[in-house]
Write a protein that binds this ligand. Structure first.
Ligand code: GDP
Length: 364
């Protein structure tokens, strides 16, 4: 039978005519000119009016590393400060998979039912994974992300935990000035970030799962001590009994801790974020807490304590940055490090030499 493959010249290779490569740059793209930055005064005016676009731009400046942006951001924050403070700041933590996004979605809608506005912020310095956003895309909170009264902002990406946390704290000020009277600060419960969140919220909610052994983890890392409320998620279907058991275990574990500064006794509740069971009860607990701490003066004291904490945190951070960004210090450090590693100098005298050099420089 006559067939192309029977021909001696047939090599099995054919060359098809290809398709032209599309240009890398969209030819229809017309360069949009970046809008010039509003002045700090205009920004404050927009924020106070609740303009979300301006609020977002201001937050971007807060997050920016450029000294020029920082200067504007600081001015805006300073001017917004008198209008801030009138919100409930709630920290929400839990290990990945505990159901934070699912829960924040339903908690958020629940809160918004009684009016007001909600800002959801996050602290996640570790998330190289998503380039600094645990919220990744906003689809994690499906319903909230399309709610007109909700503002969702992923974690600032760059920098140390202290730096990231400070930016979130400053963002809280801007959101409050823009009329957000409920602030959620989410963090992945796997590192030091809980402490940072704890230092900027009024109520700290720990989301736990039944039967994962996390009970002990939480105790070990001191997270349970920070919690004002522990909620056991996924108390639905077959899991209800296990959740109830975990609830009893957490309650007895809480007895091991000394009484809290606020005098509030942390509560442990079960709920299901996915099936929306027990949501109102969790929120009633939070309402009770606010009533209690506002009544006994702890609310005000804690906010003052936090303000002081952030002042020193900011000083620490700026000092450190100034020190390590100093070019001469950096080269001396490299040299000293080598000397220490090769046992030619002790760590302490090396540190002293570098600090002496730095302080002599700043005296000049
Ligand atoms: P996150 O990593 O803490 O933000 O957790 P997610 O909200 O993404 O939830 C992790 C997984 O747990 C998802 O597959 C959710 O559908 C599921 N989940 C969340 N809440 C519940 C719940 O109340 N019950 C059940 N059965 N599953 C849930």
């Amino acid at each position: 039978m006559e067939h192309i493959e029977n021909d001696d010249k047939y090599t099995g290779l054919t060359v098809n005519s290809g398709v032209a490569q599309p240009p890398i740059v969209n030819p229809y793209l017309t360069r949009r000119r970046r809008q010039p930055l509003p002045t700090p005064g205009e920004m404050v005016e927009g924020i106070l009016k609740g303009d979300v676009t301006i609020l977002s731009r201001a937050v971007t400046l807060v997050e920016s590393l450029s000294p020029e942006h920082q200067a504007i951001a600081q001015e805006v924050i300073e001017k917004c400060l008198p209008y801030s403070g009138k919100s409930r700041r709630i920290g929400i933590t839990g290990v990945p998979g505990a159901g934070k996004s699912t829960s924040i979605d339903v908690f958020g809608l629940h809160v918004l039912k009684s009016g007001g506005k909600l800002a959801v912020l996050a602290i996640d310095p570790s998330s190289e994974r998503t380039k600094g956003s645990i919220l990744g895309d906003k689809t994690r909170m499906e319903k909230l992300s399309v709610h007109p009264d909700a503002f969702i902002r992923p974690s600032p990406s760059a920098g140390s935990l202290g730096g990231v946390a400070r930016k979130t704290r400053e963002t809280i000020v801007l959101c409050e000035a823009a009329g957000y009277n409920n602030i959620f600060v989410e963090t992945v419960g796997v590192g030091q970030s809980e402490t940072a969140v704890h230092s900027m919220v009024d109520f700290f909610l720990l989301i736990q799962l039944a039967g994962t052994g996390d009970e002990l983890q939480g105790i070990k890392r001191g997270i349970m001590e920070m919690a004002d409320g522990i909620v056991i998620n996924k108390a639905d279907g077959d899991n209800v009994d296990r959740a109830r058991l975990a609830q009893a275990q957490f309650r007895s574990a809480l007895h091991l801790f000394p009484p809290t500064l606020s005098g509030w006794i942390p509560e442990v509740l079960c709920y299901s974020g996915y099936y929306e069971l027990g949501i109102a009860e969790v929120w009633e607990m939070i309402d009770r807490y606010f009533e209690f701490v506002i009544g006994n003066g702890h609310f005000e004291r804690k906010r003052q304590e936090q303000a002081r904490y952030w002042m020193y945190e900011t000083i620490d951070e700026q000092l450190r940055r100034h020190f390590y960004n100093n070019h001469d210090v950096a080269s001396l450090l490299a040299d000293k490090e080598q000397r220490v590693l090769s046992n030619r100098q002790s760590s302490f005298t090396a540190a002293r030499d570098v600090l002496d050099f730095y302080f002599r420089g700043s005296d000049r």
